[in-house]
Design a protein around this ligand. Structure first.
Ligand code: ACO
Length: 333
């Protein structure tokens, strides 16, 4: 322990996991709900299907599957975890936190647990939080989850938004290490002056729930898609570039870029601006849609499980979302 106190602590990524609700909603299914078609959705977004939680399935339920898988892959006991952080914009309830519900579902007690809200950038903000907690020596083994059930805050009569979102969760186990430095850099940013381009306006202290807010669909995601698109590209490029510079690495050193899966056209534009060929960019948007806080971590988990990444590979995660918020990080698998 004395040795541990004297050496600078780094982070080791022990494992990842992911989980999706069973129900799949295809573009053909959406054609029956709103005036849309498969060709429009695929050509404008790249999405073909998304997972949708059951009525009695909450974000913590989906998070539980991801957390269990990560714990199993890490070959640790759940009792070794000493902090739970859940990034989400769709908590089970306003309070208590989804992290507290997850703690109980994992059979844990007394360890700290809290939610973090940075919309689609939430998981990358979470990486920053986990890095700081571990490097300071405050916690040793952290369960970090990105989980969202966007279907629960979707206006299913609005074709502009309802085709875009899905549900799912990803998890990562991070542990203090004297040898490893798996989180090489984190770069975060936000600009609250754009809040009304992508938000859920009612239900909080600003506009408490009322019959009027429900009738006006103000408890659902409201988005000015074109403006979000315009801001997303430069901010994701900036976040990725800053993270790479901070890490001391070069673009060529990065094995795989894992961008937030919001729109295929955004992903392609970001890759082009960073001069990265698409074969080094991981895409699973066709299977998942946009799952906000869960996109980068579920994509990372899939890349690891399908053998696209090996131990020692460097990865850039980069995201942009409501707030606006953005973030990028360089990690070693
Ligand atoms: N099916 C068929 N037609 C549609 C649909 C649909 N599902 N949705 C919109 N349209 C129509 C529009 O009504 C419009 O018709 P009009 O020209 O007759 O008015 C036309 O298609 C074009 O609509 P645009 O909004 O101009 O389409 P655009 O090319 O901008 O694509 C999209 C829209 C996909 C939403 C895009 O702007 C986008 O992806 N924006 C970014 C979204 C994003 O990144 N969100 C990130 C974060 S999400 C989060 O933080 C939770």
């Amino acid at each position: 322990m004395g040795k541990l106190m004297n050496k600078k602590l780094g982070v080791e990524i022990l494992a990842t996991g992911s989980s999706f609700p069973q129900k799949v909603l295809t573009n053909a299914d959406l054609e029956k709900i709103v005036d849309t078609n498969d060709e429009w959705i695929v050509s404008r977004t790249g999405m073909r299907q998304r997972h949708i939680a059951a009525p009695n399935e909450a974000t913590s339920d989906v998070a539980l599957g991801a957390a269990r898988q990560a714990i199993e892959s890490a070959k640790i006991q759940a009792g070794e975890i000493d902090l739970i952080v859940v990034a989400t914009v769709t908590p089970d309830m306003f309070f208590p936190s989804t992290a507290c519900f997850l703690q109980t579902k994992l059979g844990l007690k007394n360890i700290p647990a809290f939610d973090l809200l940075a919309a689609c950038s939430g998981f990358i903000y979470g990486i920053g939080v986990a890095k700081a907690f571990i490097e300071s020596g405050m916690y040793k083994t952290i369960l970090l989850v990105g989980a969202d059930c966007l279907s629960k805050i979707t206006n299913w009569t609005d074709r502009n938004t309802c085709v875009l979102f899905g549900d799912g969760a990803g998890a990562m186990i991070l542990r203090a290490s004297e040898e490893k430095n798996a989180i090489l850099s984190v770069s975060l940013g936000a600009d609250g002056s754009y809040a009304d381009l992508l938000y859920m306006p009612a239900g909080g202290s600003f506009k408490p729930a009322s019959h009027e807010t429900v009738d006006a669909f103000e408890h659902t995601t409201i988005m000015k898609g074109k403006d979000v698109f315009k801001n997303a590209v430069p901010k994701m490029v900036k976040a990725a570039e800053e993270a790479i510079v901070k890490s001391g690495k070069k673009v060529e050193d990065i094995k795989l870029f894992i961008p937030h899966q919001a729109n295929m056209r955004i992903i392609e534009a970001v890759a082009k601006k960073l001069s990265i060929s698409m074969d080094r960019v991981f895409v699973n948007i066709h299977k998942t849609g946009n799952i906000s806080s869960a996109t980068t971590i579920t994509a990372l988990d899939e890349a690891i499980r399908t053998g696209k990444l090996q131990k020692g590979d460097l990865v850039v995660l980069v995201a942009f979302g409501g707030g606006f918020t953005w973030g990028g990080c360089v990690i070693e698998i």
